[in-house]
Design a protein around this ligand. Structure first.
Ligand SMILES: C[S@@+](CC[C@H](N)C(=O)[O-])C[C@H]1O[C@@H](n2cnc3c(N)ncnc32)[C@H](O)[C@@H]1O
Length: 333
């Protein structure tokens, strides 16, 4: 969440998926997952799986960063669960740019698994995650238990099982992405939730628009959840961009992160019928007050303004298409 963190970064003008700029983008996976692991380790939320995927940072993270991640994880989780309940789990989830995300394992524990859960990230990230899945029983067991056949389809960049698939692909290469998803039995007839949590900003506006359009056109009934930067036109946004530049990270998609309206407009002009966008301060204020009081007692936060400034520069967006009968339009966080 912070202005000087790489996650708020990346870049890449090429779509080859293997250039030097992409290395910076892949590095953001580490940034996000290490921050999540740290927040979990001091009690912000419960996630018994993240320790099997991410090392624990020795470096203390600032309270405003931890609260930011708390709001982000709660916000995405609330919208995801609302979709699962509306569809009674007869649906699929595509988590694009999933990094070391653990949503699949946590949903299984809550008996809220969709018919199938797909994760996509660069092949190098997928290889790393697969290594952990194969070697950590806590991660492997749920996948194997849910899989009725003897053997799982797996290579270095892909695993396909009955309820979970992880695929190495470049989100800017849509024909290959679609082909790989279809090989893993993505079902375009099922209500589908597409999640991009801090991912689109690493693509050019044209590339992210194409991905959003592809998602809208691929499924009759769908919902899109996007979390990323917003209000990047001010001094704070400028500092964030400059810090990232110094670390060879370019926010290729920052133009779309100008305002809540530019975020909403991108969804509406690329095939989505309804779109809502709120900044993370608003998300934070809508979270259950008992939970907020609990996490606020974990660490003392000296300067509230710092938290507000940070939260004002990130947003949660959700959009729907079809699904009138399911009541998808009524979903809100
Ligand atoms: C900031 S991390 C977020 C990870 C995860 N969504 C989370 O919130 O914890 C961004 C992720 O998007 C992935 N990513 C960005 N651009 C991508 C692309 N063109 N193709 C595949 N993955 C991409 C990165 O590799 C990284 O894992």
């Amino acid at each position: 969440m912070a202005a000087n963190r790489r996650e708020s970064s990346p870049f890449a003008s090429s779509s080859s998926g293997s250039n030097a700029d992409d290395e910076g983008v892949r590095g953001t996976c580490e940034d996000a997952s290490v921050c999540k692991r740290y927040a979990v380790s001091i009690g912000y939320w419960h996630d018994p799986y993240i320790e099997h995927l991410v090392r624990l940072s020795k470096e203390r993270k600032a309270p405003e960063i931890n609260r930011g991640y708390f709001a982000r994880v709660q916000g995405v989780s609330q919208l995801t669960k609302a979709f699962l309940r509306k569809t009674e789990c007869h649906c699929q989830i595509l988590n694009l740019g999933a990094g070391m995300d653990t949503i699949f394992w946590n949903l299984k524990d809550e008996d809220l698994l969709p018919s199938k859960y797909f994760e996509v990230d660069f092949p190098a990230i997928v290889t790393r995650k697969l290594h952990n899945i194969k070697n950590k029983p806590a991660l492997a067991k749920p996948i194997v238990e849910l899989h009725s056949e003897d053997t799982l389809k797996m290579d270095g960049h892909m695993l396909d099982s009955k309820r979970y698939a992880i695929i190495g692909a470049d989100l800017r290469e849509l024909p290959q992405l679609e082909e790989k998803l279809k090989k893993c039995n993505m079902n375009t007839q099922l209500p589908t939730l597409v999640i991009t949590e801090c991912v689109l900003v690493y693509m050019t506006p044209e590339q992210s628009a194409n991905l959003i359009k592809w998602a809208a056109n691929s499924f009759e009934t769908a919902m899109f959840i996007n979390y990323e930067q917003v209000n990047m036109d001010d001094r704070f946004g400028q500092i964030m961009i400059e810090n990232l530049w110094r670390r060879q990270c370019h926010l290729a998609g920052v133009e779309t992160c100008k305002s809540l309206e530019s975020q909403r407009e991108r969804l509406l002009s690329n095939g989505w019928e309804t779109a809502s966008v709120v900044d993370m301060m608003e998300v934070y204020s809508r979270l259950p007050q008992a939970e907020v009081s609990r996490i606020e007692s974990l660490e003392f936060l000296d300067e509230k303004e710092l938290l507000e400034q940070l939260m004002h520069h990130y947003c949660l967006c959700w959009a729907t298409r079809g699904g009138q009968d399911l009541g998808l339009k009524e979903i809100a966080c």
